[in-house]
Design a protein around this ligand. Structure first.
Ligand code: ATP
Ligand code: MG
Length: 569
């Protein structure tokens, strides 16, 4: 029997483009490496909430393992007790599940502390690790630069016995924080700085969220990561490009310890215009209250975009489409929004809502009368059915949909002009009522009773259809409109002496306090998504109470009018 029959090449999932990591997996299956087993891990450090960049990593880790019948571990990389919190551990699990993935094992790097310690002792015994008394600063100075080799520490050639004794005493808490460390003995002249005797353990008296006070020495990422992969028999360990230079070290530990040979693959970090994807900087935005929290709908966190109304499907499609590469680039935020719009177009029910209400009084419509108009819930999906929308003499329309003096190319309502009210009648504006400031506060119009449902029996056409809400039946709502959190496409591009907060967009949030909604929305629940016709996609915010509906604008529809307006200007 041929090898390819033992491990038949799986059918590629339709929407997934192949990429070098996937190709590698296919090759490994062909050669029956690891007995046809594909196992990955997603290894977040619980020091913040996950962001859209992590969504890319999650889709790759879980998506590829799923495709090849393997599994994925969720492993918290909790080797640094200084910044880690249980709140983050919980939010990360919620976010991974929301994206639609389920891990095979929930693990913590801290569960391996005993094993990692034993392995360190083993390396000391092999003469491959030593205790150094240099300070962190001195170690940095001794390390050299890209053009100059490093210098060996005076403690590098301690005997195995002395190293074993000192390392045991480091663990026992005999030395102050930072006074000693354990280093791998590799090559101070290596062209790769990561190979110049990297630090494996440091002394740090900080309680750990899982191991409490048990340890006062903690392993560093490079020493913990590959061995954690190996312990879990991870076959393909994916991470972002900045770890490429760490791969020789990853392989060195595995080889010296002679343990399961996990293999590391690096891919390009997701980077988007107008967006920061760094937990450290996102934490700063939260701490300094530039945003309302990690789940502020302007945040690029998974919890933020969830609250904003993005769907997991849209995110997964986006990731499948952007591909995986070995070169770093920045994608347009508009591209992500495109996938969100595309997905919501399929699933969001249409409703009518008026954000900036202007009263429209239909003078020839009988006072006290109301009709139920039939409205289509989703033209993309006939099975979504229809609903009734009440129509009456006094309506709200958008202020923007009326101009007393229409500019060139403006086809919406203006005196003497006829337009269609969506699912209603044709109306013609006749006159206006103004307030003391001279602003139009009410438009009076007449309607043609023969145009019910939106078509004229004589076949005459109108150039525009506008939405409306019946004033007597309307529900009040607060609507939060979002713009980019940063005004600069590259938020890190700042003048000397300033930080990225200098690029915060002061208009990233606009609160519309008195929007009017059609009454069918009275049962809307937090998380429900709708298209407000002609305005965009909106999602019910958890701040909603029985008294007050609150909506977030997820994404606007393509706005052709602004383009026309700009062109005219
Ligand atoms: P940050 O810089 O935001 O803190 P990180 O890389 O330190 O990110 P981790 O929690 O260590 O965050 O990341 C878990 C996994 O997610 C890693 O494999 C990491 O490479 C990946 N990842 C992080 N940011 C991105 C991104 N922007 N695009 C793709 N993958 C990412
Ligand atoms: Mg990190």
């Amino acid at each position: 029997m041929s090898i390819s029959k033992i491990n038949p090449e799986p059918a590629p999932a339709a929407p997934t483009q192949s990429n070098f990591i996937r190709d590698h997996m296919i090759e490994d299956l062909k050669t029956n490496k690891h007995g046809g087993r594909i196992w990955t891990r997603f290894p977040p450090e619980p020091n913040g909430y996950l962001h859209i960049g992590h969504a890319k990593a999650i889709c790759l880790d879980f998506g590829l393992a799923d495709e090849f019948g393997g599994g994925t571990n969720l492993r918290f990389d909790d080797t640094n007790p200084e910044k880690e919190e249980t709140e983050y551990v919980e939010s990360i699990q919620e976010d991974v599940r929301w994206l639609g993935f389920e891990w095979e094992n929930l693990l913590y790097a801290s569960d391996y502390f005993d094993q990692l310690y034993e392995w360190a002792v083993q390396l000391i015994k092999k003469g491959k690790a030593y205790v150094d008394d240099l300070s962190a600063d001195e170690i940095r100075q001794y390390r050299g630069t890209l053009t100059e080799p490093g210098k060996e520490s005076p403690h590098r050639n301690r005997s195995v016995e002395e190293n074993l004794d000192l390392f045991a005493r480091m663990k026992a808490g005999e030395f102050p924080d930072g006074s000693r460390c354990l280093r791998a003995k590799i090559d101070m002249a290596s062209p790769n700085l990561n190979m110049r005797d990297p630090v494996m353990y440091r002394i740090l008296r900080k309680p750990h969220h899982r191991t409490g006070d048990k340890w006062c020495i903690y392993p560093l990422y490079d020493y913990a990561h590959g061995q954690s992969d190996s312990l879990e028999q991870i076959t393909h360990s994916m991470c972002t490009l900045e770890f490429e230079d760490h791969r020789p070290l990853y392989n060195w530990f595995i080889k010296e310890l002679d343990i399961f040979p996990s293999q590391q693959f690096e891919f390009d970090r997701l980077s988007l215009t107008y967006t920061l994807l760094s937990k450290r900087k996102l934490l700063q935005l939260v701490r300094d209250r530039h945003v309302r929290g990690w789940d502020d709908p302007r945040m690029p966190t998974i919890s933020g975009i969830r609250r904003r109304g993005y769907t997991p499907e849209a995110l997964r499609t986006f990731v499948a489409n952007i591909g995986v590469s070995k070169t770093q680039g920045t994608l347009e935020l508009a591209m992500l929004e495109h996938f969100v719009r595309d997905d919501l177009n399929e699933r969001a029910l249409r409703v009518m809502a008026v954000l900036k209400p202007l009263k429209l009084v239909i003078d020839n419509y009988p006072e006290g009368q109301a009709e139920e108009m039939d409205a289509i819930n989703n033209p993309e999906n006939p099975s979504a059915g229809t609903r009734k929308v009440p129509f009456s003499r006094v309506l709200y329309i958008e202020q923007d949909d009326f101009r007393e003096v229409p500019p060139k190319g403006y086809f919406r309502l203006s005196p003497g002009k006829e337009v269609r009210l969506r699912y209603g009648y044709f109306v013609t504006a006749q006159s206006v009522v103004k307030n003391a400031q001279g602003e139009v506060v009410e438009v009076h119009a007449t309607y043609d009773p023969g145009t019910r449902g939106g078509n004229a029996p004589d076949g005459r056409k109108v150039k525009s259809t506008i939405h409306w809400v019946s004033a007597a039946h309307a529900m009040d709502a607060e609507v939060r409109l979002y713009d980019n959190l940063f005004s600069n496409p590259n938020p890190n591009d700042v003048p000397e002496g300033k930080d990225f907060t200098a690029n915060l967009n002061p208009n990233s949030l606009e609160i519309v306090a008195n929007a009017k909604l059609e009454p069918s929305l009275k049962n809307a629940r937090a998380g429900d998504r709708f298209q407000f016709e002609r305005l965009g996609y909106f999602c019910v915010d958890p701040d909603t109470t029985p008294e007050k509906l609150v909506f977030n604008r997820t994404v606007a529809l393509k706005d052709t009018w602004t383009k026309v307006e700009k062109k005219n200007a």
